[in-house]
Design a protein around this ligand. Structure first.
Ligand code: G3P
Ligand code: MG
Length: 434
């Protein structure tokens, strides 16, 4: 247990040891920063690291001009890394072979004994940030903290003040409702000292709640026993849904689209109503716009951006009108601004560095989201240079010309890390020569 700033006792969990059960326990939880950032490195650990990194660099054709003997690792304040996850570090739930070595290299196992701060910026989601970090920690065999992690739906957190009741779409079972509740979309019971007793303010509704209330909503989908048990009884005559949030990929496009369409055509988000011109329904937000993504199949799979296109086309076919929807995630500039703030806080809180890096290397596999976003952000920001690196382990396929050109294209994430570190090393040598 550790004391929080507010003086309360909090559970202290290491992100590699934490389990989903432990995260669900009530009370505040502190997910501890990575051990390698809390304790000084021992000389032998550094020596082993350097030897391993040298071998790696040799095998990837990169030669180092350094012949120094092992020394203590230092954290660089000059540059940082930001990583996309699917297609770069993970594919189909399993780490890409070079990913673990790449992380070790950033954590000091390199010829220069340098540790480089880094964050993760994924369009994926469907779980709480803490649960996703716990999973990533196990996959990458190192600790990943929610303080260095953004997923597609993270910005939806900031919308809990604006929208009272939302439809939460996508993901496995009730997981996205749990995410929404963590963001503040929690049902509120108001105990009134009046004869009517208790008033419930509904804040998150799922398609399951709607089907449970009226099975006729979706003629071709019936809830399973578990879905029925987990879905909540609502009085939809009194519920106005003020926004629709697609948190994660839909598991049933047909029924989810039917329900979204009903709401779009409703009067102020009240189910069972139809507005005159079908345009008085709530706005729709998607946590990202990736039309395809890299999963376990050899070829790319359709993703949330495809659902968005499909919904817009369907709305047009049914109403004759154009539907405007909004997507978060990469390549939106808001996501990169968010990432800049996260990196700033991470460097300050974990490494005591209180100024921006000169370069942020962004490693991604999807030209339309990772490379486009990094390049456009680089054009419009006054802060760090954002340097895009495209890998060949995901959406991008060798032999095709990416619509958005990266600064560098490499085989995999280990090469991407080596590329940036080597470049920085050369830059520092040039500075010394001047
Ligand atoms: O659904 C996940 C996806 O579209 C991409 O995730 O990590 O490549 O941004 P990522
Ligand atoms: Mg990706």
């Amino acid at each position: 247990m550790v004391a929080t700033a507010a003086g309360r006792l909090a559970r202290r969990l290491s992100s590699t040891e934490a389990t989903a059960e432990k995260l669900k326990m009530s009370g505040p939880t502190v997910v501890a920063p990575p051990k390698h950032l809390m304790a000084p490195s021992s000389a032998s650990e550094v020596a082993t690291g350097i030897e391993a990194a040298r071998k790696k660099l040799d095998s990837s054709g990169i030669t180092s001009s350094l012949t120094n003997s092992p020394r203590e690792t230092t954290v660089t304040d000059k540059y940082a890394y930001a990583f996309d996850i699917d297609g770069v570090l993970i594919r189909g739930g399993r780490p890409i072979p070079e990913a673990i070595e790449a992380m070790k290299m950033l954590n000091g196992e390199n010829p220069w004994g340098v540790k480089v701060p880094y964050i993760f910026v994924t369009n994926g989601g469907g779980k709480t940030e803490a649960e996703r970090c716990m999973q990533l920690s196990q996959q990458l065999e190192m600790e990943v903290s929610p303080g260095q992690f953004i997923c597609g739906h993270t910005p939806m957190r900031e919308m809990a003040e604006k929208y009272k009741t939302v439809l939460v779409v996508g993901g496995e079972g009730e997981k996205c409702r749990i995410v929404a509740e963590g963001y503040g979309f929690e049902d509120v019971w108001v105990h009134l000292h009046m004869p009517t007793g208790i008033v419930l303010t509904v804040r998150s509704v799922t398609p399951g709640d709607i089907i449970k209330d009226n099975q006729d909503t979706t003629p071709f989908r019936q809830l399973t026993h578990d879905e029925y048990q987990n879905s909540r009884a609502r009085n939809f005559a009194e519920v106005e849904i003020s926004a629709i949030f697609v948190f994660a990929d839909s598991r049933d496009w047909a029924s989810d689209q039917q329900i979204i369409l009903d709401l779009l055509m409703s009067k102020n988000g009240r189910l069972g109503t139809r507005s005159e011109n079908y345009n008085e329904g709530p706005p729709v937000f998607f946590s990202h716009n990736d039309v395809v993504w890299s999963a376990s199949h050899d070829l790319t799979r359709i993703g949330m951006g495809a659902l968005r296109v499909s919904l817009e086309a369907m709305y047009k076919a049914v109403t004759g009108k154009q539907l405007q929807t909004t997507a978060f995630g990469k390549p939106q500039m808001g996501t990169f601004r968010f990432a800049t703030r996260l990196l700033q806080e991470w460097r300050k809180d974990t490494h005591g560095i209180d100024f921006p890096p000169s370069t942020v290397y962004f490693v991604g596999d999807t030209p339309e989201s990772d490379i486009r976003g990094t390049n456009e952000f680089n054009e419009c920001t006054d802060g760090a240079n954002w340097y895009s690196i495209l890998v060949r382990t995901g959406v991008f396929q060798e032999g095709t010309t990416p619509r958005f050109q990266p600064k560098a294209t490499v085989d995999n994430v280990l090469d991407a890390v080596a590329h940036g570190m080597e470049r920085e090393h050369e830059k520092s040598l040039e500075e010394i020569m001047l």
